[in-house]
Design a protein around this ligand. Structure first.
Ligand SMILES: Nc1ncnc2c1ncn2[C@@H]1O[C@H](COP(=O)(O)OP(=O)(O)OP(=O)(O)O)[C@@H](O)[C@H]1O
Ligand SMILES: [Mg+2]
Length: 224
């Protein structure tokens, strides 16, 4: 069974009297364990698409199924649970809690999937170490560089070990070597844990890490 199935997806935003059609009759499927890159110009709707897949925003029309969950059929409580347990988000602007340390930010992100306190801490530390931040566990975001904050956000999403990772420019603020390390880490998780990745990026050098690349243009996804 496909992990993601999108059919006839429309998404419009209305501001005042102006309606902007962002996604138009968009179709997409992804299999479990696939790593897919989404490219496209600024404003074409990449973040919008990720938000819809993660249940953060609602379609204007059409259906989205993720891991057997038909998102429009879920109650807001079920949708909340879906977001907290099934999906890992790496946001374009990180969304870290400014008053919490790196370790606490990651722990907060995975509390819905791990109950045991000791296990929770170990899992958070493991992933912060994997992204190269074992010496910054107790720093709050403003004590971290942009790239370090991005890596905390990556650790927070991956540590959940969810079925689906939605990553919005995950390596945008990292140098080339660090970016490639992160892509390799994601590849490893894709293989070992059969996690599915949807990665938005403007960097075509990252194509070599993914199974396929799709372009979002005029509201639709097309293969490259
Ligand atoms: N909440 C909103 N209300 C109104 N318009 C919105 C809203 N969110 C996004 N848009 C519009 O939808 C379009 C797509 O935005 P989106 O953020 O998905 O683009 P993007 O492809 O992620 O761009 P970028 O590469 O710059 O991040 C833009 O024209 C944007 O202005
Ligand atoms: Mg965006």
């Amino acid at each position: 069974m496909a992990l993601i199935e999108i059919s006839n997806l429309d998404k419009s935003y209305t501001t005042g009297k102006l309606e902007t059609k962002v996604l138009i009759d968009l179709e997409m499927t992804a299999n479990p364990g696939e790593m897919i890159m989404i490219m496209g110009p600024s404003g074409c709707g990449k973040t919008t698409l990720l938000n819809l897949l993660g249940g953060i925003d609602k379609p204007t029309d059409g259906t989205i199924t993720v891991a057997g969950n038909n998102l429009h059929e879920l109650s807001s409580k079920e949708l909340n649970k879906f977001r907290r347990t099934e999906v890992g988000f790496i946001f374009q602007f990180y969304n870290l809690i400014p008053t919490l340390t790196a370790l606490e930010n990651v722990i907060l992100g995975i509390e819905a999937v791990i109950q045991d306190k000791k296990e929770l801490r170990e899992r958070a530390e493991k992933y912060l170490k994997l992204v190269g931040l074992s010496d910054k566990l107790d720093n709050i975001p403003q004590e971290l560089s942009a790239g370090e904050q991005q890596r905390v956000a990556i650790a927070r999403a991956l540590a959940k070990e969810p079925k689906l990772i939605l990553a919005d420019e995950p390596t945008g603020n990292l140098d080339e070597e660090r970016g490639e390390n992160i892509m390799e880490l994601m590849q490893k998780l894709q293989k070992e844990l059969k996690m599915t990745f949807l990665i938005v990026s403007h960097n075509s050098d990252l194509k070599k890490f993914v199974n396929r690349t799709l372009i979002l243009r005029r509201g639709k996804l097309t293969p490259t």
